[in-house]
Design a protein around this ligand. Structure first.
Ligand SMILES: [Zn+2]
Length: 308
């Protein structure tokens, strides 16, 4: 079956070009599959092997690779029978993904849930660009609001069987197949603006206030010593090569954890400084948080006192 995918499919190319002509950013999916074809590695596994990451100087995920450029689209889709991924963020789209329960008798469908929500907000579900998915679900395409916070993906936030895709998310676009089942345009019209009541329900929770990141240390010799140690460890993290960042963050956290245990620095301060260094180096916040916490805990077993 694999060889079949090497024969380009003019319908897939035409579909990818027509999506791009609407301003939608597309990227190749593995043939007959939901997963992106490129990159073939995660940010943490990124090495200089991938030419696009190498040229960019940093890891390029599918969202950054998505394009509306007809030449790039032609090159990709004349090489292989790729599916079409549609990156919602750069396309300024919010796609509401309505699923159906595996067993139709067990609960409401996504469409039931959405219709119910709309009614409670005194609204209906107006016509918009609609795709029927391979498994019989429905994708409703909306224009991302021009103002307000960028909306991200949600899963079940609106209710059962309803997910949404926006910044950081993608959908399988019409013209593709997944496991032999086609994604088909059900209503071909311009996407409607995302209804205000939906935008309100999907708005992200406000971020917690930023903790101050800075070292409050005495100006004496001890302070100078600790300040230098902190700068060295932060440097270790921010200058670490790709693939070494998480390990460097751990080593830095162990070192500062020893100073924390010795009383030279507060744990909150060390945690905030190193988390920030990890995020600056390109790690995800949650990952940086976990790594710093476990490094500080390990360092706490071997306290280091700074002599005054
Ligand atoms: Zn990469």
């Amino acid at each position: 079956m694999e060889g079949r995918h090497l024969v380009p499919n003019p319908d897939l190319l035409a579909a990818a070009l027509s999506h791009a002509a609407r301003g939608w950013h597309v990227f190749p999916l593995r043939p007959d599959d939901k997963r992106p074809a490129f990159p073939d590695h995660s940010a943490d596994d990124c090495t200089d092997r991938d030419p696009r990451c190498r040229n960019a100087g940093h890891h390029l995920g599918w969202e950054a690779r998505a394009t509306t450029d007809p030449d790039r689209i032609r090159r990709a889709w004349t090489a292989r029978r790729y599916g079409i991924g549609l990156a919602c963020g750069p396309s300024r789209l919010v796609v509401v993904d309505l699923d159906t329960p595996k067993n139709a008798t067990t609960g409401p469908t996504g469409l039931d849930t959405l219709a119910d929500l709309a009614a409670r907000n005194g609204a209906g579900i107006d016509p918009t660009y609609t795709v029927t998915t391979g498994r019989g679900g429905t994708h409703l395409y909306y224009r991302h609001p021009d103002d307000g916070p960028p909306l991200r993906n949600t899963a079940g936030t609106l209710g059962p069987m309803v997910d949404t895709r926006a910044h950081g998310g993608y959908v399988v676009a019409a013209g593709s197949t997944v496991a032999g089942r086609p994604y088909v345009v059900d209503l071909d019209t311009d996407p409607a603006p995302l209804p205000g009541w939906l935008a309100t329900l999907l708005a992200p929770a406000p971020l917690p206030p930023q903790r101050p990141v800075g070292v409050n240390l005495p100006t004496d010799r001890t302070g100078a010593y600790v300040r230098a140690a902190v700068a060295r460890e932060v440097d270790r993290v921010t200058t670490a090569g790709k693939g070494e960042r998480n390990r460097s963050l751990y080593i830095a956290a162990v070192a500062l954890g020893q100073l924390v245990a010795g009383g030279a620095l507060t744990e909150d301060n060390a945690q905030a400084l190193l988390e920030q260094a990890g995020v600056d180096a390109g790690l995800r916040t949650a990952e940086a948080f976990r790594t710093v916490r476990s490094g500080l805990a390990a360092g706490a077993h071997r306290p280091r006192k700074v002599a005054a």
